[in-house]
Design a protein around this ligand. Structure first.
Ligand code: 3PG
Length: 208
């Protein structure tokens, strides 16, 4: 799979933190029910790998990926857990090469021109711009469009339902990432209907 395919499923890739394994499948089902199929589950909790595996097995409509991939071991573990893509918060040549060699599509994170150049040199043209708001937001994405006219971005970090339409309107933005579809209090309370509604609302973001 080409990572740009991930952007063809909708305007938002939810960044998900799962603290309790039993939340994984109902949370994934709630997002899929709302039309959001591409799910980035972050490698930030002890149950993250088990959660990815559970979703990959129980929710076939979901396209599960691993977020917060920081090294080659993370990438291998994600693949073993059934992940179909990986997202990294920054870029490391070793991780880029390893993902290619194990056949795990990678959306690598960048925040500067040098990092874009390094990722491009290793064959990556679709990049996560992270942390999007803190690293310059929309003006930075507009500035990067000049020298990097052939690069598309998935800005992530500090984006909300209110600001997403402005990011999505930029020609070099293919999709946005963010945690606002899975608020911690809704997950904690098992309020899956609210998560389905937040997911459903993303389909209107490109028109906003
Ligand atoms: C992250 O890695 O935590 C993501 O960038 C999500 O950021 P957000 O919580 O600001 O959407």
């Amino acid at each position: 799979m080409d990572t740009l395919t991930l952007a063809s499923h909708g305007p938002v890739i939810p960044v998900i933190v799962i603290n309790r394994l039993e939340e994984a499948v109902p949370l994934a089902r709630a997002l899929v029910e709302g039309g959001v199929r591409v799910l980035e589950v972050t490698l930030r909790t002890p149950v993250a790998l088990a959660a990815m595996e559970a979703i990959a097995k129980a929710v076939p409509e979901a396209i599960v990926g691993a977020g917060t991939v920081r090294n080659v071991a993370d990438a291998r573990a994600a693949l073993d857990a059934g992940c179909r893509f990986a997202v990294s918060p920054g870029y490391l040549h070793d991780v880029g090469v390893a993902c290619r060699s194990i056949g795990l599509p990678l959306l690598p994170g960048v925040a500067t021109g040098s990092e874009v150049m390094q990722a491009n040199a290793d064959g990556y043209q679709f990049l996560k711009f992270f942390p999007a708001t803190a690293a310059g937001g929309i003006p930075m994405l507009k500035a990067l469009a000049g020298p990097f006219h052939d690069v598309r971005f998935c800005p992530t970090g500090g984006i909300t339902a209110e600001t997403a339409p402005q990011f999505l309107a930029l020609p070099n933005v293919a999709v946005c990432g963010g945690s606002w579809l899975t608020p911690a209090d809704a997950v904690e309370a098992g309020d899956w209907a609210r998560i389905t509604e937040l997911a459903r609302a993303t389909s209107r973001l490109r028109l906003a």
